[in-house]
Design a binder for this molecule. Structure first.
Ligand SMILES: Nc1ncnc2c1ncn2[C@@H]1O[C@H](COP(=O)(O)OP(=O)(O)O)[C@@H](O)[C@H]1O
Ligand SMILES: [Mg+2]
Length: 265
């Protein structure tokens, strides 16, 4: 009997990324290998400048690796593609487009009719609790709403893999928490692989099946922690559970060795 595996398997092998502007070479990622199963929720934490965004943008296909490889379901990545959707911290919405026009944007080159684009977009606008704001412009929305538009826009073209770079980093705590819970619900319903970059250990553990800690610059994989939480429970029950507290402490200690190396014995 074979186990059912979802699409969206990301396989990273011996990855290295050197930025080279002619004058200076910066090794941002070195010898990093990491596998993310289809449908898995994996977070990446690490000190500032360790290469988290670089890693995510390599998987997105915005950057080319210097050596090593990244494969999605066995195929090497060759530039950006609609199998992967990126959600940015600063939302990256088009200010001159309404909510509806922002969400339909990713569908415009996919051969849908205008009607189909609008009905697909409406589904994700509704899913992200943005009904009634279809004709508003980004400047008329709160930060939390803007990030929900960003998520709806990415979800609308149905990528197998969601790549999120500190997506809730600019939001205050109550908003972060409500978006975290919305993201868990969506992930549970949509069978997507999520690669989630954050510097917030609690957020990483709360959301993920797997947390990868990166070393300080130049970044590589330090360790991988599996998280086993009963996510049918309330937030309060989860964050007060022993499993949550212990996992969070393990990840936090590991991260702290990288952010404060001078205090290590
Ligand atoms: N375009 C670039 N050119 C040169 N160096 C860069 C560039 N982007 C990032 N870096 C360097 O690569 C390293 C990793 O950066 P980044 O991936 O942004 O880290 P993080 O997201 O973990 O804070 C840092 O040392 C940063 O200064
Ligand atoms: Mg970054």
């Amino acid at each position: 009997m074979t186990e059912r595996t979802l699409d969206g398997h990301v396989s990273i092998s011996n990855l290295e990324k050197v930025y080279d502007d002619g004058a200076e070479r910066t090794t941002a990622i070195k010898d990093l290998s990491f596998d993310i199963e289809g449908g898995e929720f994996a977070s990446i934490v690490g000190p500032s400048g360790c290469g988290k965004s670089t890693l995510l943008y390599l998987v997105a296909g915005f950057l080319d690796e210097t050596s090593g490889s990244i494969e999605v379901d066995g195929d090497p990545i060759d530039g950006p593609g609609t199998d992967r959707g990126v959600v940015f911290q600063d939302y990256a919405l088009f200010p001159w487009r309404t909510v509806m026009e922002n969400v339909t944007y990713g569908l415009e080159e996919q051969g849908y009719t205008k009607e189909e684009r609008r009905s697909r977009a409406q589904k994700y606008i509704d899913m992200m609790d943005l009904s009634g704001f279809e004709d508003n412009y980004p400047k008329e929305l709160s930060g939390g709403m803007k990030q929900r538009v960003g998520l709806a826009r990415t979800l609308a073209y149905d990528p197998k893999i969601l790549l999120m770079d500190e997506p809730f980093g600019a939001l205050d705590q109550p908003l972060r928490e409500s978006l975290q819970d919305q993201l868990i619900d969506i992930w549970g319903d949509l069978d997507k692989t999520v690669v989630f970059v954050t510097h917030d250990v609690e957020e990483a553990v709360y959301l993920s099946d797997t947390v990868m800690v990166m070393t300080r610059h130049p970044g590589t994989k330090k360790n991988v922690t599996k998280v086993d939480l009963d996510r049918s429970q309330t937030r309060e029950a989860i964050i007060t559970s022993n499993e949550f507290t212990e996992t969070k402490n393990d990840v936090w200690k590991s991260l702290r060795e990288e952010t404060q190396p001078e205090v290590q014995p």
